[in-house]
Design a protein. Sequence first.
Length: 245
Amino acid sequence: MDAWLRECSHRGVVLAALSSGAQVLTTAGLLEGRRCVIHWRNFPAFVEHNTWVNVSLGIYEIDGDIYTSAGGASSIDMMACIIGRDFGEDVFARVCQHLVADQIRGATARQRLPLSKRLGPCNEVVLHVVRRMEENLADPIAMGTLAAATRLSRRQLERLFRNEFSCSPARYYMNLRLEHADGLIVQTKLPIVDIAVACGFVSASHFSKVYREAYGRTPQKTRISRTSSFPPSLMPQNDRMILAS
């Protein structure tokens, strides 16, 4: 399959990858030095293994004869952009009308909803703390430091988190780190010890213990029971474009 994709590229066939399909193109050696996007859920594992690829968290990217989108609704945004480019504003407007799409997003739009939208109505201090947590999963910030940055006591911060999430800030932080680790376990072949370090745990044994308490199984069992990648679906669309997702 890799050789076939390279042959298609050599012959000038446009290649488009949706959702996690950028990984298919990378495996075939077609994204070196190229710009691309991948679904945010696959982003951590992708950048861990493909440091030579210029990947962003935008919703789509068009780099020459390589098109990539984050999947879902972003694929409509990308196709609308291509239609507007190739057929003009009038056709673009009629397609948008047919799709009942009153707003088409640009390539650099955010993939994930802003934190305030994901969490819903939430205390501004809590939003600030959660944002710092998400930005520091590999090197967790001490609760005292997080509280001090908000000019609150640890007890006040605890009360805010329990009001918003029914758990302590430490528990919320741990859940974020475990969710990130779970994604790396499923999506990559990284050794468990490397995943532990990437998620801020002092040792693989400590990580495995905490993970088992949270998920009811060890990281190794998760990796065995859940596939780390899905077989790509390659569908010839016409004589000039092939989609991988």
